[in-house]
Design a protein around this ligand. Structure first.
Ligand code: FAD
Ligand code: FO1
Length: 454
């Protein structure tokens, strides 16, 4: 047997051992929408080469993925178009199925005699349910590969971590074992002639998307190529000042890599390897890697081990108790979803941040905390605040619907990964943020003018 790519076994989970019906090896692509630096696809090629089988890459397009609209689909579909094109060079067909995976994948596998299925790890509920249901409905073997976390999520820790301070040492210890370069996918040596994959009619695919209520954005090009160019530009021009600029919403000092990471257009591991190679002082690299690796992988840890990651019940006990004790506190302002959505609160900074998200599809990271905390302050209760924040985040942010979003919102509203602070109305012991505090950090007027004059 021939294994052509070295893959850490801890990255791979055999969910189900099944019957080999002699057909192709299937990569059910979902979170990692790229061809290069993709551990799941590399595993697929190993299995296929060992057994002399063709490969098929399948993507299940769901017409109304929860909370998503054409802003997200447009970005995603353009990236997938590039995937189709790039896979041709590797002699690997790409098939776009329409419908939810449990509905359509088992039938497709039966038709093609697909013997092995490999898919991407994702801690979110929808993906966990999809995977459970697909595993039950198929006869072949089923693997899940964590191609998103540099240290595989289940290997980094076996429980929900309290905060960055408890996950960081575990990640640091394991990083040298996992932060390696990627093997290269090779043109697939087994003929796929018998596997038919008609060219995809992308214009028709666009029409399949039901929600067109939010506009697409044009400031960020989707896809693997654009993701690579974008991160290289940031490393050349932005990394040097990242630690000084990233918390000032007027300075555009962030990398803007989150939409690419969300749709898997680039691997976080590739980004980390490029950062390590950058000709920048080690301390500057550290600041960026702390966010890219520790904070991001902490978010996956939270969603994987806490089934209430999107609910009040997922907050730490101290925060639940403390928020409970302040349920009946008087709210000076209380707004409906509509008022929040239209950016019509009394607070210009909040309205400007909301506008940045609606217009640009990406609110500055520092303001995301302020934005979510004020939703708690101006909502009837923490449950409503969670629901409003998640709804707006997922509707407008290009990187929404991501573990980072659920963790960020739970941090802001429910003290997740944070500690108890001095008690105050509404927030209890959950950390508070004020307009005055923001005004001390950056020029709030400049920010408001920039976004409210649009
Ligand atoms: P950079 O500052 O350049 O950081 C690079 C990468 O590091 C990011 O792409 C991200 O992967 C990671 N990172 C940075 N900050 C964090 C963080 N606080 N937590 C976890 N990972 C981080 N991130 C999303 O990807 N999707 C969301 O929907 C989302 N919603 C958020 C909502 C709230 C209320 C809060 C407080 C944070 C949210 N974040 C979300 C986390 C963070 O704000 C964004 O990841 C970041 O602003 C994305 O911009 P960037 O890629 O330019 O970040
Ligand atoms: N994943 C799929 O497998 N099929 C889809 O149709 C799909 C749509 C979609 C739309 C917006 C969005 O933000 C994500 C979407 N995803 C889809 C999932 C995505 O690939 C990511 O895996 C997760 O959102 C990240 O956890």
């Amino acid at each position: 047997m021939e294994t052509i790519h070295q893959i850490a076994p801890q990255r791979v989970r055999l969910v189900k051992e099944g019957k080999d019906e002699g057909g192709p090896v299937i990569y059910w692509m979902t979170r990692e929408q790229r061809v290069t630096d993709n551990w799941a696809l590399l595993l697929v090629q190993n299995i296929a080469v060992e057994r002399k089988r063709p490969i098929i890459v399948v993507f299940c397009l769901v017409p109304a993925y929860p909370g998503a609209n054409i802003r997200h689909y447009g970005f995603m579909l353009k990236g997938l178009q590039e995937v189709e094109h790039k896979l041709q060079k590797f002699k690997i067909p790409f098939v776009l199925l329409r419908g939810t995976p449990p509905e359509i994948l088992p039938g497709y596998l039966a038709k093609t005699k697909g013997a092995f299925v490999v898919t991407d790890f994702d801690p979110l509920h929808i993906k966990q349910y999809w995977q459970q249901d697909v595993a039950k409905a198929i006869n072949g073997s089923f693997y899940v590969v964590d191609g998103h976390n540099i240290v595989p999520c289940w290997h980094a820790s076996s429980k929900q971590e309290y905060g960055a301070y408890t996950l960081r040492p575990k990640i640091k210890k394991l990083l040298p074992d996992f932060l390696c370069d990627f093997p290269a996918l090779v043109p697939h040596p087994v003929d796929s002639n018998k596997v038919s994959a008609a060219p995809i009619e992308w214009q028709k695919v666009y029409r399949y998307v039901t929600d067109h209520s939010v506009q697409e954005v044009d400031w960020l090009m989707p896809g693997e190529k654009a993701a690579n160019e974008s991160i290289r530009g940031f490393l050349k021009n932005g990394l040097q000042a990242y630690d000084q600029k990233r918390n000032n919403p007027n300075l555009d000092g962030q990398s803007d890599i989150s939409p690419y990471l969300h749709f898997g257009h680039i691997s976080p591991q590739r980004v980390a390897l490029l950062v390590n190679k950058a000709k920048v002082h080690a301390g500057k690299k550290e600041a960026f890697l702390e966010e890219l690796i520790v904070r991001r992988e902490l978010a996956d840890n939270f969603c994987y081990y806490n089934e209430n990651y999107d609910r009040f019940e997922g907050f730490p006990n101290w925060a639940q108790k403390s928020l409970d004790a302040h349920r009946s506190d008087k709210r000076e302002y209380q707004y409906s979803l509509e008022t929040f959505e239209n950016g019509k609160t009394h607070d210009e900074l909040w309205n400007a941040a909301q506008r940045q998200m609606v217009e640009r599809g990406k609110m500055h990271g520092y303001l995301r905390m302020y934005w979510a905390k004020k939703i708690l302050e101006w909502s009837a209760n923490p449950e409503e605040a969670m629901a409003i924040a998640i709804h707006l985040n997922d509707r407008y942010e290009l990187d929404g619907r991501d573990p980072n979003g659920f963790a960020g919102i739970a941090w802001s509203i429910g003290g997740v990964h944070d500690r108890a602070w001095q008690e105050r109305p509404i927030f209890g012991k959950v950390r508070y943020m004020s307009y005055e505090g923001c005004a001390r950090k950056f020029d709030v007027k400049q920010y408001n003018t920039r976004w409210l004059s649009k």
